[in-house]
Design a protein around this ligand. Structure first.
Ligand code: IVH
Length: 685
């Protein structure tokens, strides 16, 4: 460094602070980075070098303070300036209606005769109920001076050093009208993806894994050594304020949160304002369907009266505000007993161990089976018949055995091992070295595999044969009316009508549906054959590339690899599928029965062309999917997705909270699309 006068050094440090705070906020709060990580690291190293040489420049709001500090002996206690409240719970609509009634009864200000019914509708700010740990942050003159756990609501533990390591927590506030004193409350949590990664690494190193993201967040935040916390990827969403001095908040909770955002705090993008309990319930359902796709774990939603003066009028009882309630989702984990462990055979012969359970109500349904995935999983979790286990059912995901309860294990249990022969067809079970799955070698001689292949053929994404569900396939197969997919087209109305639970009418409907299924697109037809590792997208690519079934049958592995997303493994599966006589016999029989795959002319080739040559930039957050998912889907349709906006960009696709990229697009006259337009492009609207 030249000219190292104290003024120059101070100026330089200030500039670096500003740059680093700004880019940190862009990256962790707005989710919209402007510079590559390497550039950020360079700035940080520059700052650290100065701080080392001139220790007097080091301040507690320095961006270098996110790496953690020397370990503490214990956490000290701190008193919250205003108590941290908790929430009352509701589990049903009935309880919510009672909640709304209590509010209306109490709020005399609503009684004004002049008020219309519309005016009397209460307005709620509605928010996801984040499954992490409540934390209170204290800022003096805009500088973070303290972070504390909730504790008993009055006093918590001082976790300032740990909190400083969380990148989405501002060390110094930005913007205007910064209060003298500001207490901000929110939830510190571990994003689902970070949790998965953390556990994956733990498994690889034979270390203990965390049960769920909440426990991982708690374990990370309560480290006496904040350098350890710094290594964990925690995040925070703010949802409330405590004491504020030297500044008036806006009049609604929602606007108060926007005010917090303007100071640099991270606010959950899924927060909304709705009218009445009806609006709340709609929100509950909306979030319920989105739940699995959210980047963070939630265990319900929270409804808060939006008007701050009404909140004040309502006050609180026994540490919970009268003006808010948590509407919880049904528990996703319950305890039950494993009565048996069986092996199910899938379409490609893979053996999946399944636990037969004592029926248990979890995640809103009664569960009697739970997958154990594969032998590695059984060994890792050490599940045995007789064990008491925690069953987990998250959204639409297949219920799984999450873990056992070791101290409830009965005596004399047996370790489960993989059967040597297929429990259905008795063929040898084979396991390829290094692969987790074992497979029945029986192929279509195996009744289980045949059934699965027929179910797959009839399924929605394949030939979409209306009325031919899994149960009916089982029935037709067990009654020996069909052995493979081509037999479907030989079925007659009378045969079907004779079946149990089938009438004349449903029989005729099925025959009609079969007739209608005879002209699938080539892509659907290829997908419906159930070739290993050939999913919908690959089937589409194959159809677009080869344009006829004959061409596909005659190709070789080398040629196949020229097709988009076909690698050596998929190529070898395709070739070996068409090398097997019985597969060709079935295909010939299908064609003979009148099934005529429609070779792609416009529809699919147009799809591919539609986005070929287009260049998109994704920014902000989307509600229906993550940005990475949107990127993958756009690319699958031929588009290019880049990180920076230029005049060559076809369009910037902006989700919520889109920042500088959107502005840049507008400046350059590049089109800006919203999420609806994105869904339209992806063809899923
Ligand atoms: S507000 C004034 N909002 O739920 C009420 N809490 O059961 C203070 N939580 O301790 C809480 N998401 O840890 C509020 N959007 C949200 C929340 C939320 C999760 C947690 C928080 C609190 C607990 C109360």
């Amino acid at each position: 460094m030249n000219n190292n006068t104290p003024e120059n050094i101070v100026g330089k440090v200030e500039k670096l602070h500003k740059q680093l705070h700004y880019h940190n906020h862009k990256y962790y709060v707005e989710d919209d980075p402007e510079i590559p990580d390497s550039e950020y690291d360079k700035l940080l190293r520059e700052l650290q070098a100065i701080e080392e040489e001139y220790p007097e420049t080091l301040t507690e709001d320095s961006p270098s303070q996110r790496v953690g500090a020397a370990p503490l002996g214990e956490f000290t206690q701190v008193k919250h300036l205003l108590p941290m409240l908790s929430l009352a719970n509701a589990f049903s609509e009935k309880e919510l209606i009672a909640f709304e009634k209590r509010l209306k009864d109490r709020l005399v200000s609503l009684d004004d005769k002049e008020n219309t019914e519309e005016d009397k509708m209460l307005e709620f700010a509605v928010e996801p109920k984040l499954d992490g740990l409540a934390v209170s942050l204290l800022y003096k003159k805009g500088i973070l001076v303290q972070g504390a756990t909730r504790g008993d609501g009055e006093t918590g533990e001082n976790i300032t050093e740990n909190v400083r390591t969380i990148n989405s927590i501002p060390l110094k506030l930005i913007g205007n009208h910064i209060p003298e004193t500001l207490e901000v409350r929110g939830e510190v949590y571990m994003p689902k993806a970070s949790f998965e990664k953390l556990n994956q690494v733990a498994r690889e190193n034979d270390e203990k894994t965390f049960v769920n993201p909440r426990n991982a967040a708690a374990g990370s935040l309560r480290q006496l050594d904040s350098r350890k916390t710094a290594k964990r990827k925690l995040a925070m969403y703010c949802y409330a304020t405590g004491l504020i001095e030297g500044m008036e908040l806006p009049t609604t909770h929602y606007d108060a949160l926007q005010q917090l955002a303007s100071w640099g705090f991270r606010i959950c993008p899924d927060i909304k304002v709705v009218k009445g309990v009806a609006g709340c319930i709609q929100y509950y359902e909306e979030i319920g369907t989105k739940r699995d796709n959210l980047a963070y774990d939630i265990d319900g939603v929270v409804y808060k009266i939006n008007q701050l003066d009404l909140q004040k009028e309502l006050g609180f009882v026994s540490r919970a505000p009268r003006w808010a309630i948590a509407h919880k989702f049904p528990a996703q984990e319950e305890m039950t007993v494993v009565e048996d462990i069986e092996f199910q055979i899938g379409r490609t012969g893979a053996l999946t161990p399944v636990a037969r359970l004592k029926p248990v109500f979890v995640g809103g349904v009664t569960v009697t089976n739970a997958t154990l995935h594969n032998m590695d999983e059984i060994r890792r979790k050490d599940v045995r018949v007789g064990d008491t286990v925690i069953v987990r059912r998250a959204g639409d995901v297949i219920p799984e055995v999450a873990r056992i309860v070791p101290h409830l294990r009965p005596e004399h249990t047996q370790i489960i091992s993989m059967p040597e022969n297929c429990p259905i067809c008795d063929s040898k079970v084979e396991q390829i070295e290094g692969e987790a799955v074992a497979r029945c070698s029986g192929g279509l001689f195996c009744g289980a595999q045949s059934k699965q292949s027929i179910k797959h053929f009839a399924s929605r994404k394949a030939l979409d044969i209306d009325g031919l569900g899994d149960k009916l396939v089982e029935q037709l197969f067990d009654e020996k009316l069909i052995e493979n997919i081509s037999d479907l087209y030989g079925l007659e109305t009378e045969q079907l009508a004779d079946l149990e639970r089938m009438g004349e009418k449903s029989a005729q409907n099925l025959i009609d549906a079969l007739q209608q299924s005879k002209t699938p697109t080539l892509a659907r037809f290829i997908y419906s054959l159930g070739i290993r590792e050939v999913g919908e997208t690959t089937a589409k690519s194959l159809a677009n590339h080869y344009r006829s079934l004959d061409a596909l049958k005659q190709t070789d592995e080398e040629n196949l690899q020229k097709v988009d997303d076909v690698g050596p493994i998929v190529a070898s599966h395709v070739v070996s599928f068409f090398q097997q006589d019985h597969n060709n016999d079935v295909i010939d029989a299908l064609l003979k029965a009148g099934v005529t795959p429609q070779e792609p002319e416009q529809i699919e080739s147009e799809m591919a062309l539609k986005l070929t040559g287009k260049i998109y930039v994704l920014t902000g957050t989307f509600t229906a999917m993550k940005r990475t998912e949107a990127k993958t889907q756009l690319e699958a349709l031929g588009a290019k997705v880049t990180g920076s906006v230029s005049k060559n960009t076809t369009a910037v696709i902006a989700g919520e909270k889109a920042g500088s990229k959107r502005t840049k697009a507008e400046k350059l006259g590049v089109s800006v699309f919203d999420e609806n337009k994105l869904m339209e492009l992806l063809g899923s609207n």
